[in-house]
Design a protein around this ligand. Structure first.
Ligand code: 3PG
Length: 422
């Protein structure tokens, strides 16, 4: 499969037979807070096609990947369970070593037999792989070729396959630097998702409505201005922590518990950004008219004009969901990223459940993306009623806004270098 409009090589165009392949996957999965175990396996399932293809080529496969938390920058987990689950699904062993690229990992890669596969330790153990480093240090891909990860693993590999479109917005060494010197190609899932998105983005049915929720709000904020300026989005409905930040920007006092939460997660700066977005696009950004909280073990709701300062607001209220559902029913295209509230709790699942139902029931072309978003859809509705279930969340909304993503730029550069060398 090749997509000329993408100007990216697919893995089918590389000779990978018997070669040592560095394979960057995104199997970053929602984790159950109580057990610390993976609670949705969608990204593992979606990675199987590429891994089976590599196995059929008898490649020696070193998988590099990350596992984060539901909040930004909590990246503490080993990836042993990911390896166990992949082994079960594939029917052949995928080993694990809890070292991303040190001497033990390098020895394990050198020892891979033809058809062997191993996941190396969580990439986020490395400072150079976290967003804080990316945002503060701003290395170019050329400079990243000198990072510990790239100079440790690069010389051991003969090819680089990236199947991590859902991390395409991250300009980290594992995503953009190996392409500087290794023959590089996109995996099956990457190709499939980008091709489907390009098709719908070329002429989306209008109006085009975005729903932005969840707790990882930096990605949504990063794209919203551009999406509304460029006309990619006609309206944005807010939920989750994003909605609370917008309400605070409107001067609504959500109380100490909410303000403390926003502050403790380092999200305070987004209130100013929200104010600027409202000044520029207030007519297109919808915020909740009511919110839900817990009192004496019961769900309670209040209009935002009457919220009480000591409660923590963790779901949209019924009136908001009804108003949003009407907008979704009349949309031409719907893009959903992030749940409406704390959907894992039975008390606070109804906002997400009802909105996902409204999305599925709408005649609009519907796209949902992101770990928690997909988990909620697979829990609450028949996800096959949606037009596209994308593994990407943050990357999806940024791609839709028209932003040139670091991964796409790196893959296109590798592709054009290859053509010039021929
Ligand atoms: C995602 O889930 O959006 C990607 O895996 C990137 O994860 P990150 O937001 O922790 O960088």
């Amino acid at each position: 499969m090749s997509d000329v409009s993408l100007k990216i090589r697919s893995m089918d165009e590389l000779d990978l037979k018997g070669k040592t392949v560095l394979c960057r996957l995104d199997v970053n999965s929602p984790i159950d807070g109580a057990t610390g175990r993976i609670k949705n396996e969608n990204r593992l399932d979606m990675s199987l096609d590429t891994l089976r293809t590599l196995k059929s080529q008898e490649s020696k496969v070193a998988i590099i990947a990350h596992q984060g938390d539901s909040l930004d920058y909590h990246n503490l987990m080993p990836m042993k369970e990911h390896a166990e689950k992949l082994s079960q699904k594939l029917g052949f062993p995928v080993d694990y070593i809890d070292d991303p690229c040190g001497p033990a990992a390098q020895a394990a890669v050198r020892a891979l037999p033809p058809g062997g596969m191993i996941i190396l330790g969580n990439l986020r153990y490395l400072a150079e792989e976290i967003s804080t480093f990316e945002n503060s240090v701003k290395l170019t891909p050329e400079r990243m070729a000198g990072t510990y990860l790239v100079r440790s693993l690069g010389p051991l590999a003969e090819a680089y396959v990236n199947d991590a479109f859902s991390a395409a917005h991250r300009s980290s060494p594992s995503m953009v630097a190996f392409q500087e010197f290794l023959p590089s190609a996109a995996g099956r899932l990457f190709f499939k998702e980008v091709s489907a998105l390009n098709k719908i983005m070329s002429s989306p049915p209008r109006p085009c409505v975005f729903f932005l929720g969840g707790a990882k709000i930096s990605d949504a904020f990063g794209m919203l201005g551009q999406a509304l300026d460029s006309g990619a989005a006609d309206a944005a409905l807010t939920g989750g922590v994003t909605a609370n930040v917008f309400l605070m920007a409107k001067g609504i006092e959500l109380g100490r518990a909410n303000a403390d939460f926003i502050k403790s997660q380092g999200l305070g700066g987004f209130v100013d950004q929200a104010r600027a977005l409202l000044a520029a696009h207030g007519d297109k950004i919808r915020t909740p008219s009511d919110l839900a909280f817990e009192k004496d073990g019961q769900r309670r709701e209040l209009p935002v004009a009457a919220v009480m300062p000591d409660e923590l607001y963790v779901d949209l209220g019924d009136a908001t969901v009804t108003a949003y559902s009407r907008i979704l029913a009349e949309a031409g295209a719907i893009f959903v990223n992030g749940p409406a509230g704390q959907y894992e709790s039975p008390l606070f699942s109804s906002g997400t459940r009802r909105l996902w139902e409204a999305t599925a029931a709408s005649s609009a072309y519907s796209v949902i993306g992101g770990g928690d978003t997909v988990t909620a859809a697979q829990t609450f509705i028949d996800a096959s009623r949606l037009d596209l279930v994308c593994t990407a969340g943050g990357a999806l909304v940024q791609y839709l806004s028209g932003k040139r993503l670091p991964l796409i730029a790196a893959m296109e550069k590798a592709h054009s270098r290859h053509h010039h060398q021929q």
